[in-house]
Write a protein that binds this ligand. Sequence first.
Ligand code: NAD
Ligand code: UGA
Length: 467
Amino acid sequence: MSVKSVRNICCIGAGYVGGPTMSVIAAHCPYIEVNVVDINEKRIRDWNSPNLNDLPIFEPGLDKLIAKCRDVNLFFSTNVESCIASADVIFISVNTPIKKKGLGAGFTSDLKWVESSARQIAKFSEGHTIVVEKSTLPVKTAETIKNILDASVEARTDSLDNQQNKTYSIISNPEFLAEGTAITNLENPDRVLIGGEDMQAIELISDIYKNWVAPEKIITTNIWSSELSKLVANAFLAQRISSINSISALCEATGANIQEVSIAVGTDTRIGNEFLNSGPGFGGSCFKKDILNLVYLCRYYGLSEVANYWENVVRINSWQQNRISKLIIKNLFGTLSDKRIAILGFSFKANTNDTRESPSINISKDLLLEDAKLCIYDPKVSKDKIFGEFEEMHGKDSLKVCESAYEACKEADAVILLTDWIEFKNLDWNKIFIDMRKPAWVFDTRILLNKKYLNQLGFKVWTLGSS
Ligand code: NAD
Ligand code: UGA
């Protein structure tokens, strides 16, 4: 049995990947009905909000796509059962966080949401369905999905109410978008990767993308290569950040300047200049998780040297965050007790409201443990979300979430710039200086501010990667 052409897509998971990806597909394929389903009712309500400022995720350009497609050929709902039943293609875009306990805890992904999606598909799908892994998954997860789907078909062959001859093709189609630039990345991807064994299914998924992506950008592989390539791409990107961050510490010790080194190194066309910005360590929901999955996989296959190599990328990342906390404390006379510290930026990078694995979280927690009073400001992260990150934390009473950078910095002893929001560059730093307690410190972990100018205003300034 086969699907002749794709007319109906269901995406399970209305998150940072599902929402933007399906919006772009809907915009370019008006002949396809796209249903995005989620078990989280609040999230779906927010996706359907008439006020586009209330969408559950902030991504530049997303609001325009939603305005154009929503309730035309793009629908957000909790109708998991009926949307699965009518779909030719189902994208699984659910969360795959690191397992918290049991076998592989701390390293491998918890596949419980993927498994529950597969069981829902097994139960409600009709006829032939192409099941697409969009979530990032450990290598060979397609086999798990296939086992669940096949087992349910076998179990039902005798049952009278299930004579529909359910069949499935499993395809891997990992997503490479980066938050903050998701729509641009989806509109103009470097490549689209499609892995699988069923050539007809691969062709049908390619045809969806060919509505706006040049055919030569569509790479097809076997399913395991596709799953592995996603983990490796993230590992390589993260490795560049850890490499440059390790050198930032050497620059501080020796008098070199990390930005100058980045430019000098990155202009070698073989190396390239992207992903060489030193900072407070990479955040985001995926780099750490995907590398740790790779590490787990290597250990599973007895490749301990390979596992150790990649694990060090994550270790350097934690070390970078930790050393920044320590030097803040050291510069503020070794004690933060009763000192007021402004934290500028809480999302893990600019142009997103996502805080998962944000360096701001760990660094703020380190400072709270030293009895600092923190005043946090982020242009897009809500108060509830910020407080939520400290729920189980001792000392969270010393936390205030502010409405503006100026409010956060008022009477502070130090400002820690942690997210590269461009608005921080354009603040009235003279006004901030006047309102702060002296000596007034700025710790610029994103190398965003003009150190010379701040020094002239009277600030004491620490900038990452220079002395
Ligand atoms: P997310 O947490 O924002 O969204 C996942 C959604 O799936 C949640 O809203 C959750 O309620 C829903 N869900 C879970 N189980 C469900 C079920 N059985 N039925 C219906 N809905 C269900 O996650 P995300 O950031 O969109 O990431 C999804 C996947 O994509 C992950 O595997 C991630 O590694 C990968 N990825 C993420 C990014 C990114 O930038 N965030 C980029 C590329 C790949
Ligand atoms: C990353 C990848 O870039 C995407 O290709 C991938 O699809 C995605 O992970 C995923 O699988 O989830 P994302 O985490 O959204 O995307 O954002 P990045 O731009 O990669 O930034 C990640 C972190 O690295 C941020 O904290 C950022 O500030 C930091 N970073 C990035 C640096 O410190 N220096 C750089 O030069 C670049």
